[in-house]
Write a protein that binds this ligand. Structure first.
Ligand code: 5GP
Length: 219
């Protein structure tokens, strides 16, 4: 009998202004759901304390990043806060064919490129809003991983990032970490049930019809 559970994975684009909690949400979801994986980006920004090569990012030199652009290695890339960030194309096709959902923690420019990529039909985009600008500022301050001038730029950039909220399929306000996390997982589960994403559904329907035929022949 045909396996009813086989569905193609999704490319889940998660965007928000810096400090709205999207990286913590993505990390927590990936640690609890083995079918959901994180797309590790390459970046030219220096590592923060505690960040590990290949886990948060691949930290590369600008010259190497530019070579990767020339090679067509990225599904998307953008300059954010003066540094380059890009999502490697490698492995995406294979992962989604195995039913894995891939989370992309990218800014609005990356989100737009992924939506317009050859993977468009498998993309679901989610924008995370902070509950208030004060909360966003406090989060950036408490993180205190960037120096003051970078933090000031990030507050200015937050307004421009938020202006892209209406380009996303779903918009969630991060006023309760576990609830928002649950909502993201629910969105992924529901989107995978869309008829056109259940690639093996025609076979399953054929199996049901075979069963009908067998039963009909018995009566
Ligand atoms: P951070 O330096 O705080 O880790 O990330 C800064 C911004 O860059 C965040 O908005 C983050 O979502 C975005 N970003 C991280 N990786 C990528 C990527 O691969 N592509 C794009 N376009 N943006 C990224």
């Amino acid at each position: 009998m045909h396996d009813k559970k086989v569905t193609q994975g999704l490319l889940v684009v998660l965007s928000s202004p810096s400090g709205a909690g999207k990286t913590s949400l993505a990390t927590s979801i990936v640690s609890e759901h083995e079918e959901i994986v994180f797309s590790v980006s390459a970046t030219t920004r220096p590592p923060r304390i505690g960040e590990i090569e290949g886990r948060e990012y691949y930290f590369v030199k600008t010259v190497d990043f530019k070579a990767m652009i020339q090679n067509g290695d990225f599904i998307e890339y953008a300059e954010v806060f003066g540094n380059f960030y890009g999502s490697p194309k490698k492995d995406i096709q294979e992962l989604i064919e195995c039913g894995k959902d891939v989370i992309f923690d990218v800014d609005w420019q990356g989100g737009a490129q992924i939506r317009n990529s050859s993977f468009a039909s498998s993309v679901v985009s989610i924008f995370i809003l902070p509950p208030s600008i004060r909360a966003l500022e406090e989060r950036l301050l408490s993180r205190a991983q960037d120096d003051k001038s970078i933090m000031d730029i990030r507050m200015l950039e937050a307004r421009s990032e938020i202006s892209h909220w209406a380009e996303y399929d779903y918009v969630l306000i991060n006023d309760n970490f576990s609830r928002v996390k649950g909502s993201i997982v629910k969105i992924i589960e529901t989107e995978k049930m869309r008829r056109q994403r259940q690639l093996t559904l025609p076979n399953f329907i054929a199996d049901l019809n075979d069963e009908f035929d067998v039963i009909k022949n018995k009566i």
